[in-house]
Design a protein around this ligand. Structure first.
Ligand SMILES: Nc1ncnc2c1ncn2[C@@H]1O[C@H](COP(=O)(O)OP(=O)(O)O)[C@@H](O)[C@H]1O
Ligand SMILES: [Mg+2]
Length: 158
């Protein structure tokens, strides 16, 4: 566990389960709201977590999300056991998707999930081993590097 952890919880995700798919990221969104993060940060974390969760549902056997909150950052580690990604650079491209027709009929497979995770996070690390699984680490900084006064107005760095 990361030092100074203020919150830590894991959520399991089952591959192929489109009924419960999305529940873990929904819980994460609720928790971050309860922890009083600003709506813009909650929204970014929610989008990134949802996209990574649905990638487990669509492309992996099973896995999970682990939410860790420290005073200065939100870290969401999304790891699965599954087929893995053969070419991460290709997978990261806008519009690239290997979604089946069945998945596309459900409204997924636009190939914008990984790019959206990158766009909505301050740091994104992705690693994958073929036939073993994939790990995506999403970091969202709590204050965007701004130094904040006690009354939470942004103030000049000294
Ligand atoms: N967890 C994962 N396991 C295996 N392959 C994945 C995983 N996440 C993403 N991919 C691969 O990367 C591609 C791009 O992912 P993404 O940008 O989320 O688009 P989409 O989900 O719409 O296909 C997927 O089509 C899939 O081939
Ligand atoms: Mg996706």
């Amino acid at each position: 566990m990361i030092a100074e952890t203020v919150f830590n919880q894991g959520f399991e995700v089952e591959g192929g389960d489109f009924v419960r798919g999305g529940e873990a990221s929904c819980r994460i969104l609720e928790i971050l709201k309860e922890l009083a993060f600003p709506p813009s940060i909650v929204r970014r974390a929610g989008i990134a977590a949802y996209e990574a969760e649905m990638n487990i549902v669509m492309y992996a056997d099973d896995g999970g999300l682990e939410l860790t909150v420290t005073p200065d950052r939100i870290v969401i580690v999304v790891a699965d056991r599954g087929q893995g990604i053969p070419d991460i650079e290709l997978a990261m491209r806008d519009g690239y998707s290997t979604a089946t027709d069945e998945i596309r009929e459900m409204g997924f497979g636009a190939g914008m999930g990984l790019p959206n995770i990158k766009k909505n996070s301050d740091e994104m690390k992705i690693s994958s081993t073929l036939g073993e699984g994939t790990r995506v680490e999403i970091v969202i900084k709590a204050n965007h590097g701004e130094v904040r006064c006690e009354d939470s107005r942004p103030c000049a760095e000294s």
